[in-house]
Design a protein around this ligand. Structure first.
Ligand SMILES: Cc1ncc(C[n+]2csc(CCOP(=O)(O)OP(=O)(O)O)c2C)c(N)n1
Length: 493
């Protein structure tokens, strides 16, 4: 009798959304509540999705974006309608620019009141569309489960990015029975398992893999470059194997740092200009040939360099027109290259002129930088505090702390000085150079990687964009005593 009552009990749209998010595997949601989504947040929390309440949707969005990168699962952002949605656009667009999976869920005004000047009324589909891979609206309660699963799947399919789900307030208040809700959620989960998360089908890679291995083998000055796409794809073991077996020097982009340890002897980070200026074949894995890599063009790169571009998105290959394009998941493609090389192994000796040139240049540059770092300059320049922070981070050992970095000089100098020996341990302003990401990133890192210490190294302007969220880091959602005990160093730059 009790079970029957439970199944015939009515649940509203907020509860159905919370249950669907939980059923799809979501564990955390970042956002700001208010009309009409307060109940959605509490229903989701009751279903097992922890809600992290922020001061501003902008920071909550940056947190959701970083969470997507760190966990490889969609970060959730919840906002109210109108201005809340507009604030959320910062996180939605940042996620899409960085190719990180994020689902923004916003309440919106009641459908019958559209066009009548309702409270916080906005055409939120039109507002979010330019920044989202998919922007959909639930027009009735029965739509919610299917759209939750569809939008979550879209965030991670192909090139990851931001998606948007709009739930009008009348839909949040509609009801159906618990058993109807359960059936809709089960059907949406089954549909998604059948189609949603399946990797996109690409042309056969066989020919391309043989060509890639040949190009690397025949190159006089090969280079492996990897970015945060490789970090997102968990390609660390396969890329390190490639570097170790072939002896090819490597260069990470800022958030690719740590995919192969910075301390590895074949790191070309300290000889970046030489490496990209003189390499004749560059294997680019999970990194775009955008401004961060000087568009792959002279004068930074040689005009004759042959790019082998590995990207999950065919459009990226079309855009860059590399010598050889390989469409696929970074980890899988590099695994195939490793397998091909295993049949015809080659390894550049440390005495190879190219490796030797990079190693020498790196050593010279490191010696120069260490001489600068050794000086205790007071009042602080950028080098002295960053050396103190670097040494403190290295002293933590493994699991390595996650470094959150923003600012102009702070971030640039920090990139050179701070060492990443484990993947996904650097979070910075990213592809868009976005200031304001810092505190949201810290909160995301603390919940996504609870065993790692989080170290924020920020310029005062960057910090000021989201400083108030520090209250959430320290008081609301981390166990205070643990957080305080772990805060061994607080340095202001
Ligand atoms: C959203 C956004 N607004 C503005 C900027 C422009 N901008 C670039 S760096 C910077 C401030 C850097 O200063 P600070 O954080 O103090 O770092 P420092 O240069 O002192 O290391 C600003 C405002 C930006 N990159 N992003």
């Amino acid at each position: 009798m009790a079970a029957e009552t439970a199944l015939t009990a009515k649940v509203d749209g907020s509860a159905v959304a919370g249950l669907a998010l939980a059923a799809a595997g979501s564990r955390h949601m970042f956002g700001v509540v208010g009309i009409p989504v307060t109940s959605l947040a509490s229903r989701a929390a009751a279903a097992g999705v922890r809600f992290l309440a922020f001061r501003n949707e902008q920071s909550a969005g940056y947190a959701a974006a970083a969470y997507g990168f760190l966990t490889g699962t969609p970060g959730l952002l919840l906002t109210v309608s109108g201005p809340g949605c507009v604030h959320g656009l910062a996180g939605l667009s940042h996620a899409t620019a960085n190719a990180w999976p994020l689902l923004m869920v916003s309440g919106s005004c009641a459908q019958p009141d559209v066009g009548r000047g309702d409270f916080q009324e906005l055409d939120q589909i039109a507002a979010t569309k330019p920044f989202a891979k998919l922007a959909v609206k639930a027009t009735a309660i029965a739509d919610i489960p299917r759209l939750v699963f569809q939008a979550l799947a879209a965030t991670v399919s192909g090139r990851p990015g931001g998606c948007y789900l709009d739930i009008p307030s009348d839909v949040l208040h509609q009801t159906l029975t618990q058993s109807e809700a359960d059936a809709l959620i089960a059907a949406a989960a089954a549909d998604s398992a059948a189609s949603g998360y399946a990797p996109p089908k690409h042309k056969s890679l066989d020919e391309g893999i043989v060509k890639a291995a040949e190009l690397l083998h025949r190159a006089e000055r090969p280079l492996v470059v990897f970015g945060k796409g490789a970090a997102y794809a968990r390609a660390e073991e396969t890329i390190q194997k490639l570097v170790d077996t072939t002896g090819i020097p490597f260069l990470p982009t800022p958030m690719g740092k740590g995919v192969v340890p910075d301390a590895h002897p074949l790191s070309a980070t300290a000889a970046r200009s030489l490496a990209i200026g003189q390499c004749d074949v560059a294997l680019i894995v999970g990194a775009r040939l955008n401004w961060l890599l000087h568009f792959g063009e002279p004068p930074k790169w040689s005009k004759d360099v042959k790019f082998i571009l590995v990207d999950v998105d065919e459009d990226e290959i079309e855009l860059r027109k590399p010598h050889l394009g390989l469409v696929g998941d970074a980890k899988r493609v590099v695994e195939l290259i490793n397998r091909e090389i295993k049949d015809q192994p080659f390894c550049l000796a440390r005495s190879h002129p190219w490796v030797d040139a990079i190693t020498k240049k790196s050593k010279d540059n490191v010696i120069k930088m260490e001489a600068q770092l050794a000086k205790d300059v007071v009042p602080f320049n950028f080098m002295t505090p960053l050396r103190i922070i670097r040494d403190a981070i290295l002293a933590e050992g493994s699991p390595a702390p996650i470094v959150v970095s923003e600012g102009a000089n702070t971030m640039d100098v920090g990139r050179a000085v701070l060492v990443q020996n484990e993947p996904r341990t650097r979070l910075d302003a990213g592809t868009w150079g976005t200031m304001g990401v810092g505190l949201g990133y810290c909160i995301a890192a603390a919940v996504a990687e609870p065993k790692r210490l989080v170290v924020a190294v920020e310029g005062d302007s960057g910090f000021g964009f989201s400083a108030m969220e520090v209250e959430i880091v320290r008081v609301k959602h981390l166990r205070r005593r643990r957080a305080m005990r772990k805060a061994k160093y607080i340095l202001w730059i």
